[in-house]
Design a protein around this ligand. Structure first.
Ligand code: ADP
Ligand code: ADP
Length: 228
């Protein structure tokens, strides 16, 4: 589902964030991306949904060639990719229900079907009872669950999470992880950049470690292995 070969990324200011990445990720995998701050983790994930374009190399995601994809086709690529951020990025004036419904790519669906899909996904993240709340009325963990609901409402094949537990306390972080695991069990590939050593070393999954823009370690049931 994801294949990178000889990928380099140099930003306009001259900083080289990725220095020759080769990686293959299959549909259904759960992958942690670890590394010190500035190692290149965010850049690595941003390349997958064309938030950033590689300077060199080849990238295939869900059968799209990201080096040659036309601007007008990028929205189709992104339809199959959900993204979750550390700081949630919800629309503050919309309710929980509206934040999720807003993201739904509606193609001639009946209002009834839309409502059902939004409520189903809110049920999946256990927030059905807060559909009418606005983000400010929710705890951090609840806001992150809304952002997960928004990310999966279109049934994406790939979910990218950039430090999804970075702003949350340990108990809340575990809640988020259980939800991500359930999503992965249903077949969605998950790529999660994280500094959460406890989670990586407990929920053992594939670990890709990045240092100075290079993959320095790639293990199928890996460990965190940093002192931060
Ligand atoms: P990480 O997510 O591991 O902290 P990043 O991918 O954010 O790493 O950053 C890798 C390197 O690229 C860092 O040196 C960072 O300063 C640089 N960088 C990231 N984004 C940009 C940008 N938009 N413009 C210039 N340099 C950037
Ligand atoms: P935490 O401190 O764990 O982040 P909070 O104390 O902020 O959680 O919230 C605890 C519960 O109270 C949550 O379920 C949240 O939805 C609810 N809550 C918090 N603030 C409000 C509010 N202004 N209006 C309605 N419910 C709220």
């Amino acid at each position: 589902m994801i294949e990178m070969k000889g990928v380099y990324k140099t930003y306009p200011n001259g900083v080289t964030a990725l220095n020759g990445i080769d990686v293959y990720i299959e549909q259904g995998e759960f992958v942690y991306v670890v590394g010190t701050s500035g190692a290149g983790k965010s850049t690595f994930t941003k390349l997958m949904f064309r938030e950033e374009k590689a300077s060199e190399g080849s990238i295939m995601v869900n059968d799209y060639d990201l080096m040659t994809i036309k601007e007008r086709n990028i929205p189709y690529l992104r339809r199959n990719i959900g993204v979750v951020y550390q700081d949630f990025r919800l629309l503050p004036k919309l309710t929980v229900y509206e934040n999720v419904a807003f993201a739904l790519e509606v193609i001639e669906e009946s209002p009834d079907k839309i409502r059902r899909r939004v409520m189903d996904v809110l049920d999946q993240v256990r927030l059905k009872n807060k559909a009418r709340f606005i983000p400010d009325e929710l705890s951090g963990g609840e806001q992150q669950r809304v952002s997960i609901a928004r990310a999966i409402v279109n049934h994406p094949k790939l979910l990218i999470a950039d430090e999804p537990t970075g702003n949350l306390d340990p108990d809340t972080s575990w809640e988020i992880m259980h939800i991500l695991e359930e999503i992965n069990e249903k077949g969605t590939t998950i790529l999660m950049a994280t500094h959460n050593k406890g989670i990586v070393n407990t929920l053992r999954r594939r670990v890709i470690a990045i240092e100075d823009g290079l993959i320095v370690r790639d293990e199928s049931r890996g460990e965190y292995d940093y002192e931060i």
